[in-house]
Design a protein around this ligand. Structure first.
Ligand SMILES: [Zn+2]
Length: 102
């Protein structure tokens, strides 16, 4: 199994896994097609999820994505909407509580 990265912010510091059903989703054309199974989360994103700070989680995902893909900054507003939709789908497809893998 490849070393997972956080599915929210791409941090390599993954400490939790959220069981989730596979669902079809498009964050940005060509970047994410389908969400397959469980989602990994770093301690920071886990904290945001557990405290139900979904808006902060979207901002964190957006900021970290733009750090990796600065050429997408011109599309930040649209990107934020897509990330928000993607997270909503994750919350709809979650199955149970986070499991610690640290
Ligand atoms: Zn994270």
């Amino acid at each position: 199994m490849p070393k997972p990265i956080c599915d929210f912010c791409s941090s390599p510091d993954v400490a939790f896994v959220y069981p989730a059903r596979t669902f079809a989703a498009y964050v940005f054309d060509g970047i994410v097609g389908e969400s397959v199974g469980d989602w990994a989360a770093c301690p920071t994103c886990h904290e945001l999820i557990e405290s139900d700070r979904q808006a902060d989680l979207v901002e964190r995902s957006l900021v970290t994505l733009l750090e990796r893909q600065p050429e997408m900054k011109c599309a930040a507003v649209e990107l934020r909407d897509r990330i928000r939709s993607f997270h909503v789908m994750f919350f709809c497809n979650r199955e149970g509580s986070a499991m610690s893998i640290a």
